[in-house]
Each structure stands twice: as structure tokens, then as C-alpha cells.
Design a protein around this ligand. Structure first.
Ligand code: MF3
Ligand code: CO
Ligand code: CO
Length: 263
């Protein structure tokens, strides 16, 4: 499999675009409250990306996607289309997925937000999903089998009695938005891929409180859990370094290291 490696100036460009993506999630946080529409959140993100950061919202127009960010509420797994009719209410959980292009390179990151007070199941689902991403990141170093990432995520999530979505995966990222390799969030054959310094990819586990099955709504985009259980997702763009990895999309509200040395 052809997996592109990035050094020096490509790495610098990745750092810049990924930082912007993470800043969008920091910027939007204070606006998330009951009665705000997901359409309003999208337009605030769009303004910030274009006018403040002079960057391109990569979702907008991607395979016909109509908005600048994906916003996925409660039983929406991913690819939720922001809308002025969809207003947030107390207890909702939502994922905002921000993908940015600048200077020919892409960055991609998402996190969960909680509106007001969540039920304990929703809170635990978000925490477990975030933790599953973190524990996968902590394994990354040159020489690691790619499938070790999915295996670690699946093990942890299933011990917690939640399920990992199979139908969507992480991806290589750089000059392309979605590149090789596919990064599965469960244990399955990985085409023998072994991580090497200079690889960059996303890890973006989607975890359901019920069964793992999903369906796509009639709008052609919105992915929901088949059993209408809750779903959570966190995504980072990571870069394999000589001794471990660098989290390119780390935010200021996260308490984990920016660089891992695992060798
Ligand atoms: N950001 C998503 C990902 O993590 C892709 C969104 S594509 C869109 O890969 F068209 F729905 F925006
Ligand atoms: Co992605
Ligand atoms: Co994304």
C-alpha cells in the first residue's frame, strides 16, 4: 500500500492547518447552549475559519456536503447536517467535526459537547469514547502494527459495554483529505501496515451506547444508530514521530501530552 510520508516543510504545514482545526473547536465552545441551532453554530464556525483564519472549510462542497462543519446530535453517529431548524436542548450531546484545508494540506478533528446537564449514560459514553482515542494515541510509534490501534479501542469500549461503529473509519491525511491507510477502530486485518515515522492519519472512534449498526437518512448524509441509542465520537489528526507521535490537533482544554515518546 502506498502511504505518503511527511517531513520538514510538509510537517510544518500540517501543524498549521491542524492548529486551526483545533482552534475552531475552542472558539465554538462558549456558543453551545440550549436553544441555539446547529445552523447558527455552523455559520459561526464558517465565519471564523474563513475570515479569522483565512482557511477553507473542507467539508463544504465535499461530495456535495452542504455545510462547513458536521454536527451530530444524540443518536446521530456522524455527518449530521447543521440546520436552523435543529435547536439544542438541555441534556443533548453533540459532536462537531471540523476539517480544514490551508496551503494545500488538510487537518481534521472533532469532539463531543454536552448541553447543560447530561444523563449519566451520555456522560459515560462521551468519557469512554474520549479515553478510547487517548489510549490508542498512547500506543503509536514506528514499528507498531496498524491493527493494534483498532484492537485497543475495541477492547476498551466493549469492556465498558458499548459498541464500536464498523461502517466508518479513520484515514490517512495530508495533501489529501481522505488518504491511505484506512484506520479501523476494531480489530481486523490491516493489510500488514506497520507505522513509520512521517505517517499522518486520523483516529476517530464512533461509539454507540447500544448496537453498532447504523443507517443513512434520506438526506443522503446523516448517519444514525439503527436502534436510536446514543453515539459519541472524538477525532484527532496524529503524526508518527521517530519515538512516538505528535497530536497535531490538540486543544488547550485537553490535559494529555502533545508529544508522546514511546521508545
Ligand atoms: N470530517 C469527516 C471525517 O472525519 C468527514 C466529513 S465529510 C463531510 O472524515 F462531507 F461530511 F463533511
Ligand atoms: Co476524519
Ligand atoms: Co472529521
Amino acid at each position: 500500500m502506498d502511504i505518503s510520508l511527511k517531513f520538514f516543510y510538509k510537517m510544518k504545514k500540517m501543524r498549521i492547518v491542524c492548529k486551526i482545526a483545533s482552534e475552531v473547536l475552542e472558539f465554538i465552545a462558549p456558543y453551545i447552549k440550549p436553544n441555539v441551532s446547529t445552523g447558527k453554530l455552523d455559520s459561526l464556525c464558517h465565519q471564523f475559519i474563513v475570515n479569522e483564519k483565512h482557511a477553507v472549510p473542507a467539508a463544504l462542497g465535499y461530495k456535495g456536503f452542504p455545510k462547513s462543519v458536521c454536527i451530530s446530535v444524540n443518536d446521530v453517529v456522524c455527518h449530521g447536517i447543521p440546520s436552523n431548524e435543529k435547536k439544542l436542548k438541555n441534556g443533548d450531546i453533540l459532536n462537531i467535526d471540523v476539517s480544514i484545508m490551508k496551503d494545500g494540506f488538510y487537518g481534521d478533528t472533532s469532539k463531543m459537547f454536552i448541553v447543560g446537564t447530561p444523563c449519566s449514560l451520555a456522560y459515560r459514553l462521551c468519557k469512554v469514547t474520549e479515553k478510547s482515542l487517548y489510549l490508542a494515541i498512547q500506543l503509536i510509534k514506528p514499528g507498531l502494527r496498524l491493527r493494534a490501534i483498532g484492537k485497543a479501542i475495541q477492547n476498551f469500549v466493549e469492556i465498558e459495554n458499548f459498541s464500536v461503529v464498523r461502517n466508518y473509519c479513520g484515514h490517512g491525511i495530508g495533501r489529501k483529505f481522505h488518504d491511505n491507510p484506512q484506520v479501523l477502530h476494531y480489530d481486523a486485518y490491516d493489510n500488514g501496515v506497520i507505522l513509520k515515522q512521517g505517517m499522518s492519519f486520523t483516529i476517530e472512534p464512533m461509539v454507540n451506547s447500544g448496537c453498532a449498526d447504523t443507517y443513512i437518512m434520506r438526506d443522503g448524509w446523516t448517519v444514525k444508530t439503527k436502534d436510536h441509542s446514543l453515539s459519541a465520537q472524538y477525532e484527532h489528526t496524529v503524526f508518527v514521530t521517530k519515538y512516538g507521535c505528535e497530536i497535531m490537533t490538540l486543544r488547550s482544554d485537553e490535559i494529555i501530552p502533545h508529544i508522546y515518546n514511546n521508545i
